[in-house]
Design a protein around this ligand. Structure first.
Ligand code: SF4
Ligand code: SF4
Length: 150
């Protein structure tokens, strides 16, 4: 950023002050939040699997039913600034989590790079790494625990 240029909106504003359009643009399109997780009942620790929701488009990593997602998938997250206190359930690369924790967006974020493909090029998105839940029985999810999402 040069002298005299305005800081981008995500540095200038609080999450609760963003317009709907700004809020939506923060999503980097990684689809990591569409992966199924398993929780250790003893410790509460979350484990990500490479099993992804059936409504995710495998090529674009975008939701195919975004407007109806919480009806079709009751556990689907509808993120809102007012309810974003507990961000541990979001991947640590998620823009909403980063900003809620006072951190900045990374260079591969489309808002920073100016290129929606940069999240895929940087290997952050789930593109090419996942299996649809349609093809894996829930009893077998344990075999698909991954370590590339925290
Ligand atoms: S993890 Fe965050 S940034 Fe990535 S798709 Fe989900 S909401 Fe968007
Ligand atoms: S309904 Fe859409 S946004 Fe929700 S988990 Fe499935 S693919 Fe992701």
């Amino acid at each position: 950023m040069g002298i005299g240029e305005d800081a981008p909106f995500w540095r200038e504003k609080k999450l609760s002050e963003l317009t709907h359009e700004e809020w939506e643009s923060l999503c980097d399109g990684c689809s990591r939040c569409c992966l199924h997780k398993m929780e250790d009942e003893q410790t509460g620790e979350l484990f990500y699997t490479r099993i992804v929701c059936r409504y995710m488009d495998m090529e674009t990593c975008r939701c195919t039913s975004y407007e109806n997602r919480t009806i079709l998938v009751p556990t689907c997250l509808k993120l809102q600034a007012e309810t974003l206190q507990d961000v541990y359930f979001l991947p640590d690369t998620c823009a909403y989590r980063l900003l809620a924790e006072g951190r900045d967006l990374p260079p591969w974020h489309p808002l920073v790079s100016g290129n929606p493909e940069s999240v895929h090029a940087a290997g952050i998105s789930v593109q090419g790494k996942v299996l649809s839940e349609e093809y894996v029985h829930p009893d077998g999810w344990e075999e698909h625990v991954i370590d590339w999402v925290e």
